[in-house]
Write a protein that binds this ligand. Structure first.
Ligand SMILES: Nc1ncnc2c1ncn2[C@@H]1O[C@H](COP(=O)(O)OP(=O)(O)OP(=O)(O)O)[C@@H](O)[C@H]1O
Length: 417
């Protein structure tokens, strides 16, 4: 991995705060790409904007960059007003630079000229000696030494990405914008560049907005994550908060809690925990609130489970958070078999409650009954009722006799990797 040297103060301008207030943008009448969005990004903060294709991520960046003007609302950097309907400070006067998805490197230009381009013209123009010194400093900082005379086609994907970043840094922007800069890289390089970028952004201290649809990228890079859905904020939280307090089943899925079970009922337990009942099984997990209907239109209780919290156990194991089901598929994925289990009401019965997807060490045969233990820290329960509503309170259950499982401190960091 590339290790970046400490940047000199000349490399970066001190970060500034960015204030977006009630901004809306519609391209087609009646369809808002950004809908009444407000957020303040603190000086030096990295905000990742996460969401599926078409949710408005690029539009938000383009509004901040000054490539689009808002239909309503205001955008301020520090104490400067940059955008409002009828006022648009041009992109090159904003102190903002952007790194694009395809890097947009000019193919005919050597790396040195690409990096120094912004220092040749306009507000940031400097003489050729200063420009050369600046380019050299940036190339050293971004580990591009020796590549000054190469053209983009003669350097690797990761190096191209660093050239794009060097060009964005050349004019000492107060605010850096990244639009899915890793999406064109292969999986391995992508993981390596993610680490590089995390180190780089931490060392620069520039205020940054980073757009991605990849949750692991957002988790690795963000101070806070803004989850966008149809142009609106559905959650604005720390990476940890996205895991422990997802505000909707939709965010839970986005955060990697991708297996869904539909329990017969769910009850709130001791503070912050809940218990879902699926046939004769009982699952403890985090109480994510009663309002599962906020974004997905259903108020029925729903359980979301993270793949890393599921372990195959022997049929003799018993206790809470053990569920059994029948294997639907088990497909080799390189390091493990991606296995799908339909959850049965009780061993031997067919699926009623949904399915669990998890990595298993061995290939499991289709229709084979399998028992799994699910760590409660990897279980999110939406739509739980008050415990007083629980009919079993009037009787007894195996679960009650055995008590709640201890929260094992399941390694949520595992999902960052
Ligand atoms: N120039 C345009 N004219 C008309 N509609 C547009 C234009 N640009 C974007 N849109 C629409 O606005 C919405 C938001 O688009 P945007 O590109 O911001 O989404 P995104 O989240 O960046 O998507 P992706 O991840 O696929 O790049 C989409 O419905 C898109 O079709």
């Amino acid at each position: 991995m590339t290790t970046f040297s400490e940047p000199t103060t000349a490399l970066t301008a001190p970060g500034v705060s960015l204030e977006i207030t009630s901004v809306s943008k519609e391209y087609e009448r009646g369809r808002r790409a950004i809908d009444d969005l407000s957020v303040t990004i603190e000086a030096g903060e990295t905000l990742c904007v996460l969401g599926p294709s078409g949710c408005g991520k690029s539009t938000l960046l383009r509004l901040v960059a000054g490539l689009e003007s808002p239909d309503a609302g205001e955008i301020r950097v520090g104490d400067r007003l940059l955008s409002r309907p009828g006022l648009l400070v041009p992109p090159d006067r904003r102190g903002i630079n952007m790194v694009f998805q395809d890097y947009a490197l000019w193919p005919h230009m050597p790396v040195r000229d690409i990096i120094g381009y912004g220092l040749r013209y306009g507000a940031h123009r400097v003489n050729s000696a200063e420009r050369a010194a600046r380019v050299e400093e940036l190339m050293r900082f971004l580990q591009l030494d020796g590549l000054a005379d190469r053209r983009p086609a003669e350097i690797s994907g990761g190096q191209q990405q660093r050239v794009a970043i060097a060009r964005a840094l050349a004019t000492s922007p107060e605010l850096l914008l990244f639009d899915e800069p890793l999406s064109n890289l292969d999986v391995q390089l992508r993981a390596a560049m993610r680490e590089e970028l995390a180190t780089l952004l931490a060392s620069l201290g520039t205020t940054t907005i980073y757009v991605t649809h990849d949750v692991s990228e957002a988790l690795a890079l963000a101070d806070r994550i803004l989850v966008l859905h149809q142009g609106r904020i559905v959650q604005l939280d720390s990476p940890q908060g996205l895991f422990t307090r997802p505000r909707s089943t939709w965010v839970a899925s986005l955060a990697g809690f991708s297996s869904t079970l539909t329990p017969d009922a769910a009850y709130r337990d001791v503070p912050e925990t809940a218990r879902a009942v699926i046939g004769s099984f009982s699952l403890h997990g985090r109480d994510c609130g009663g309002d599962a209907s906020a974004h997905d239109g259903t108020a029925a209780p729903t359980v979301h489970v993270h793949a890393d919290a599921i372990r195959v156990v022997s049929a003799h194991e018993s206790g809470p958070n053990i569920v059994s089901g029948l294997v639907q598929s088990s497909v080799f994925e390189g390091s493990a078999y991606r296995t799908r289990l339909s959850v049965a009401h009780s061993p031997g019965e067919h699926a009623v409650g949904g399915s669990l997807v998890f990595p298993s060490e061995h290939r499991l045969d289709r229709d084979q009954p399998v028992h799994v233990r699910i760590d409660p820290a990897g279980v999110l329960i939406f739509g739980a009722q008050d415990r007083l509503a629980e009919p079993a309170l009037r009787g007894s259950s195996r679960e009650r006799e055995e008590g709640s499982p201890a929260w094992s401190g399941w390694d949520r960091d595992a999902v960052h990797r």
